[in-house]
Ligand binder design. Structure first.
Ligand SMILES: Cc1cc2nc3c(=O)[nH]c(=O)nc-3n(C[C@H](O)[C@H](O)[C@H](O)COP(=O)(O)OP(=O)(O)OC[C@H]3O[C@@H](n4cnc5c(N)ncnc54)[C@H](O)[C@@H]3O)c2cc1C
Length: 418
């Protein structure tokens, strides 16, 4: 690296590549917690006006209790709470698509209400808008939108980050928050383990005649799980996993046919339904980076791991990365240590890699177990669900696990500023 030249250009302590939900939250955590004088560059490929519009992303996200704590510690929860719908109960069913009845096999209600372990649903656009405004109000974050990180070089002391415009920024650490198809992960030569699912995830919003009372429903159907997730008002978000070819045909259908397919899966429990938002689909993959770090580089969010959306955990796992990396960086800075040193990056990786791989494997196992029409398998899994339903301590453990409250937690996930 031409160090004399680089010094004359832009300098920052950390460069974050990717201004999605994960990259923005890390920028904010560092701005609020790192010692005075710490500088953050946030580079995002998308133009600023593309963020936060409901039309761009039809998803709504289930935020775990740990993610809610993180947002509370960053003073974001008071802004999000009016837009959030609490999940008060969960019902799980397992049946064929044309079954007349979908018997309830597993339910969580008291477990969710008893110790604040419940999740909240927030629409993607609302979350982006709140994060964008909070980032804009922090003067130590230099945001560059419509700009790409294209490459980087490292030496013993720094990383030189190259942008699409030809500009460079010198920093101690580069964070790759550039999503599932991360260019920076590829440039660092980090391979992934995993596979693509022969399924797509269809997402939309429906309005219904009757109130949902905060109940989330997961119908395990042979082609994949169909989730009905409560939003504010008489509305629910749909995450509909479907076999790829059939799913694309359903996506291409006119509104009447699409609604008929949706109604067949949704059922009549909440009365008549109508589409109340755009429809969108996502390819689904399981993908874990073989390493979460390289020389002066840390991967976070979907750049490090992508999981099946059936339990609504992808972003929550990414927020655990944010909390662990923020704590590692802030503590090193306070001690006057090099935030990009191998020892600091190893600490972050030890904290996060096993946990992420474990979550991905659990999601994959559930999808395999349920996404089929085998009668003996259905009998076995329904027996298993019935047993879990009667075992109160096991149900409490599962709720704590989904809430992100097991294992050694970074402080931010408990809601504490450190
Ligand atoms: C159908 C579906 C439902 C889901 N539901 C849930 C849920 O309920 N709960 C949950 O926790 N998770 C859920 N997830 C997962 C969640 O949406 C993702 O984990 C999360 O959005 C990933 O955020 P990210 O910021 O890591 O990546 P991204 O959102 O992909 O953001 C990456 C950003 O980086 C930018 N970028 C890319 N390359 C560059 C570059 N070279 N330079 C600069 N910028 C770059 C992109 O423009 C983008 O803005 C769901 C996923 C799907 C598909």
């Amino acid at each position: 690296m031409a160090r004399g030249k680089a010094r004359a250009r832009n300098r920052s302590d950390v460069v974050i590549a990717g201004g999605g939900l994960v990259g923005r939250t890390l920028a904010l955590a560092l701005a609020k917690l790192a010692p005075k004088g710490f500088r953050i560059a946030l580079i995002d490929a998308e133009p600023p006006e593309a963020k936060g519009g409901v039309a761009e992303d039809a998803r709504a996200l289930a935020l775990s209790a740990a993610t809610r704590n993180l947002f509370a510690a960053l003073d974001l929860w008071p802004l999000l709470a009016p837009k959030a719908q609490a999940i008060e109960a969960i019902e799980i069913t397992d049946s064929a698509l044309n079954a007349a009845l979908r018997p309830h096999f597993l339910g969580f209600d008291d477990e969710l209400r008893s110790d604040g372990a419940g999740a909240f649903m927030v629409e993607h656009g609302d979350l982006q808008r709140v994060l964008a405004a909070a980032v804009a109000s922090e003067s130590v974050i230099e945001t560059r939108a419509s700009e790409r990180v294209t490459d980087f070089n490292t030496d013993e002391f720094a990383v030189e980050v190259k942008l699409g415009t030809g500009a460079t920024i010198e920093a101690r650490l580069l964070v790759a928050a550039d999503g599932k198809r991360s260019l920076l992960r590829e440039r660092a030569g980090i391979k992934c383990v995993g596979w693509s699912y022969p399924q797509i995830g269809i997402v939309t919003t429906v309005a219904h005649a009757r109130p949902h009372h905060g109940k989330a429903v997961q119908h395990f159907l042979p082609s994949g799980p169909f989730a009905i997730l409560p939003l504010t008002g008489n509305r629910s978000s749909i995450v509909w996993t479907e076999e790829s070819e059939r799913g694309k045909a359903i996506m291409a259908a006119d509104e009447e046919r699409f609604l008929a397919e949706l109604t067949q899966r949704f059922g009549l429990r909440l009365g008549e339904i109508a589409l109340a938002g755009p429809r969108q689909f996502f390819p689904l993959d399981l993908q874990i980076a073989r390493s979460f770090v390289a020389d002066r580089l840390a991967l976070i969010g979907d750049a490090a791991h992508a999981v099946h959306p059936l339990a609504g955990q992808g972003l929550n796992i990414g927020m655990r990365d944010v909390a662990a990396l923020a704590e590692t960086i802030v503590e090193a800075t306070r001690l006057g240590l090099d935030i990009g040193a191998a020892s600091q990056l190893e600490r972050y990786e030890r904290w996060r890699r096993f946990d992420s791989a474990f979550s991905a494997v659990v999601m994959d196992g559930l999808n395999r177990l349920f996404s089929n029409d085998s009668a003996p398998l259905r009998t076995l899994r329904d027996l298993g669900l019935g047993l879990v339903d009667r075992a109160a301590p096991l149900k409490r453990f599962l709720v704590r696990e989904a809430a992100g409250r097991t294992g050694t937690l970074p402080s931010l996930l408990t809601g504490a500023k450190f």
